[in-house]
Design a protein around this ligand. Structure first.
Ligand SMILES: Cc1ncc(COP(=O)(O)O)c(C=O)c1O
Length: 388
């Protein structure tokens, strides 16, 4: 199998993730912070170590402000429902994943918040000036993806951070497609809330993710319960991470995530994006019939600009074959795994003009090889010839 669906979840993981996770959970998978015995202390130390590594990776102010969640969806819901109050206004965009769209839409439909969704430009980017213009005196939150999971375009988060400060709003960034791929500087980019998932670019297992909470943000818990600390209090503690971490954490998953992050820090986070862009450049160089496909401008981005301004994913269509059929043929005849459809981002496909069928998305990862990209190009050429 040639796995080109890393934007959905990364596969394979580096070997040390499997080995490290297995070794840790056999030795010390106790309930952290609960019991005080040796194994529980070891489990808690592992979790704190992972927090520390993530804070380093994202230049987050303090490790205790990195809170573990189930995934990016969980972190985005936690942030959105934890900061918004009745009467607040939110600015978001058409490029968002449903994990931002849906919680905001429900709050808007329930009359709790007012929501403005700004359009994307022809370059698939959000204009920070349009965001500033959309703000009202009641704007409390700006909620944007760092890179679209449909177009791959990296958004101007530092400028959005500036707009948020000027308007006294909070900036929530969905880093599902960028954590572990694009260097992120929480403090430098003035990001108040960074939602990330552990199972994509951070190379950990599914069921992991987190929310990094900047110093300006105060997030109310949307899940309350045991934290292992002071059980006598009738309410959730105020201190992070406990305020947002009720319940037993995913010790198995976080052990794997720690090894994913260690791998990235040792390899150098700066090497990941060039690798993925290089792989897509190899793909375009190998493709003999690029004109048969619609790439929404991506072919020029990769052949002329080395993929600058984009993460390593690519959406496209082939005339004569629905995305779902194309993906099925790739799977059945070439053993190539890709993702067709709307990618949980319906407004992004409306923006591209590809709603409701969507596109086919290929997404290499850190362990994808040039040969695999050439094989994908050859398979697509063969399919394009077949429908000519
Ligand atoms: C841009 C974006 N946001 C959020 C998510 C949700 O991530 P998760 O499924 O890990 O919650 C995804 C996953 O595909 C994504 O691509």
């Amino acid at each position: 199998m040639i796995y080109l669906d890393n934007a959905a979840t990364s596969f394979p993981k580096p070997e040390r993730v499997y080995v490290g996770m297995d070794a840790f959970v056999r030795a010390a998978a106790a309930n952290p912070g609960r019991s005080g015995h040796h194994m529980a202390v070891q489990a808690e130390a592992m979790i704190d170590d992972t927090r520390r590594l993530l804070a380093r990776l994202f230049n987050a102010p303090r490790p205790e402000r990195v809170v573990f969640t189930l995934n990016a969806t969980d972190a985005l819901n936690m942030a959105i429902k934890g900061v918004l109050q009745p009467g607040d206004h939110v600015v978001s965009s058409v490029l968002e994943h449903n994990s931002i769209n849906r919680p905001l839409e429900r709050l808007a439909r329930d009359g709790v918040i007012a929501l403005t969704r700004v359009p994307a430009g022809a370059d698939h980017r959000i204009d920070p000036e349009a965001v500033a213009a959309a703000c009202t005196p009641r704007t409390r939150l700006l909620a944007f993806t760092h890179a679209s999971n449909v177009t791959g375009a990296i958004q101007p988060v530092a400028e959005l951070g500036r707009v948020a400060r000027e308007r006294d709003a909070l900036l929530l960034v969905d880093a599902a497609q960028t954590a572990g791929v694009v260097p992120i500087d929480l403090e430098g980019s003035q990001i108040d809330l960074l939602a990330f998932t552990g199972h994509k670019g951070l190379l950990g297992p599914t069921g992991t993710g987190g929310l990094a909470v900047g110093e300006r943000a105060d997030v109310d818990p949307w899940r309350e319960g045991g934290t292992g600390g002071d059980s006598s209090s009738a309410v959730q503690p105020r201190e992070l991470p406990y305020r947002l971490e009720g319940g037993t954490p995913n010790v198995f998953g976080i052990a794997g995530l720690r090894d994913g992050v260690r791998y990235l820090l040792e390899r150098g986070i700066d090497t990941v994006l060039p690798h993925e862009r290089h792989l897509l450049t190899v793909f375009f160089t190998a493709l003999r019939q690029p004109d048969r496909f619609s790439f929404f401008g991506a072919e020029r981005d990769f052949s002329e600009r080395g993929g600058e301004g984009r993460v390593g994913l690519l959406s496209f269509n082939l005339e004569g074959l629905a995305p779902v059929e194309l993906a099925m043929l790739l799977d059945e005849h070439f053993s190539i795994a890709v993702r067709p459809g709307l990618h949980c981002a319906p407004y992004a496909h409306r923006h591209l003009g590809t709603f409701p069928q969507g596109t086919v998305r290929i997404s290499p990862g850190v362990l994808t090889t040039e040969d695999e990209m050439r094989a994908a190009a050859a398979a697509l050429d063969e399919l394009a010839t077949g429908v000519a």
